[in-house]
Design a protein around this ligand. Structure first.
Ligand code: PLP
Length: 436
């Protein structure tokens, strides 16, 4: 890396990015291109000779940005939030600059130790039970995504159970979630060798606001045991993807415990809000869980990717995921003095992701982060109010609906008002008359 070239190009790139954010509202939120548009615009092969950064940036402006869906636009309300921030961005920059591969403590001690400290900080903000923090048998780790988080804990749970009942029982293992649980659970089952018929996505309905009723879980478990199957994993959700429903963690956790099952809580989307004391109640019962996950890259101003996972028993992860080839051996690891995060995840290599989360926590401070979350909740309530004032619309969940997810960092009340106007105008066109 040539420092002077970095200085020159870096400034140019930062200016480009700053202008992008300045003008972000002018882009159509959803990319308007047709499939295959880019191949027509770019050459068939990589250039033999170096090009100037300016040429590349010109292409980004004219050819790439039209094919971008602008998740950071204040007018983005699809899927779920995927926050960026100056702090998160600077952390990413620093991580790219240091560019170490921190699979073991020895490969960059600061990376492992900062990750442990920052996850303890965040765990304390969420008021997670002490067992999830690093001084005991548990601890936190940053995964790329919530899908990886549920996969690694499912593997740990699977192997823990197989050590108890014998390896040949793999085909009898059963997993439980609800029809609202994120599809990442199903994918984890596929990868983890759980028989496709043994992934139970139990039906929910409006009588429990789409939360998973504990009685239904108990009944399913009892039935499976009676036919010789082995329940081993239950996934509860705090903030389901489609309607932000919260499963009854305490009761589900008790059921899991009394059946020797692993209980995972997926709060990927909504977990961030629980750093506000008034929303912490949604995590009540997390003390019964074996693992807990929240995506800082969704609604916590931390650029993608940063999925924070805590476990009570780190050895369960390590027993499933550790390998110890000769070339990775070192004194600190062999003396068991350190955490080697390679044994808590699928890949060997890992990025210095904790830097960006650390920078977010430090450059905002807890008070501002709480304010940020509360503001989004207020904006969502404002939208609900708008809907309530127009008799042609109804705020509901669980059937074919228009879903409106507030959470982009730049969104203000005026953006919500503009989006509501679009919806009202469309309704007037569809129904043939404006609201009286
Ligand atoms: N769990 C919940 C509740 C989610 O909302 C999502 C994302 O939509 C996921 C899991 C999957 O997240 P990721 O993309 O980090 O795997």
């Amino acid at each position: 890396m040539d420092s002077e070239q970095l200085r020159e190009y870096g400034h140019q790139m930062v200016d480009f990015i700053a202008d992008y954010y300045k003008n972000i509202e002018n882009y159509p939120v959803l990319s308007q291109v047709e499939p295959g548009y880019l191949r027509k615009l770019l050459p068939d092969a990589a250039p033999n000779r170096p090009e100037s950064l300016q040429n590349v940036l010109d292409d980004v402006q004219s050819k790439i940005l039209p094919g971008v869906t602008h998740w950071q636009s204040p007018n983005f309300y699809a899927y779920y939030p995927s926050n960026s921030s100056v702090a998160g961005f600077l952390g990413e920059m620093l991580s790219a600059a240091i560019n170490m591969v921190g699979f073991s403590w020895i490969t960059s001690p600061a990376a492992t130790e900062l990750e442990m400290i920052v996850l303890d900080w965040l765990g304390k903000l969420l008021k997670l039970p002490q067992e999830f923090l690093s001084p005991g048998h548990g601890g936190g780790v940053i995964q790329g995504t919530a899908s990886e988080a549920v996969l690694v804990v499912l593997l740990a749970a699977r192997d823990k159970t197989l050590r108890r009942v014998g390896k040949s029982a793999l085909g009898k293992l059963v997993v439980y979630g609800s029809d609202q649980t994120h599809s990442a659970l199903q994918k984890a089952c596929q990868i983890g060798g759980v028989h496709p018929e043994n992934c139970r996505l139990l039906k929910t309905d409006s009588s429990t606001n789409y939360a998973l009723p504990p009685e239904i879980v108990s009944e399913a478990i009892s039935h499976d045991i009676s036919i010789g199957l082995i329940p081993f994993f239950l996934c509860g959700t705090v903030g389901t993807t489609s309607s932000a429903t919260v499963d009854p963690l305490y009761s589900l956790g008790k059921i899991a415990k009394s059946n020797d099952m692993w209980f995972h809580v997926d709060a990927a989307y909504a977990g961030s809000a629980c750093i506000c004391p008034e929303y912490r109640k949604y995590l009540d019962g997390v003390e019964e869980a074996d693992s807990f996950n929240m995506n800082a890259h969704k609604w916590f101003l931390t650029n993608f990717d940063c999925s924070t996972l805590w476990v009570k028993d780190r050895n369960a992860l390590i027993q499933s995921l550790s390998t110890n080839p000769e070339f990775l051996k070192n004194k600190a690891s062999q003396a068991n003095l350190v955490v080697d995060y390679k044994d808590w995840q699928i890949p060997l290599g890992r990025r210095f992701r904790s830097l960006k989360l650390w920078m977010v926590l430090r450059l905002y401070g807890v008070e501002n982060l709480q304010h940020y979350l509360r503001n989004h909740i207020e904006l969502a309530k404002y939208f609900e109010e708008c809907v309530g004032q127009d008799s042609r619309f109804e705020a509901l969940s669980g059937m074919y609906t228009l879903r409106f997810a507030v959470g982009a960092p730049l969104t203000e009340r005026r953006h919500i008002a503009a989006a509501w106007k679009v919806l009202q105008d469309e309704a007037s066109t569809l129904l043939g008359a404006p609201l009286q």
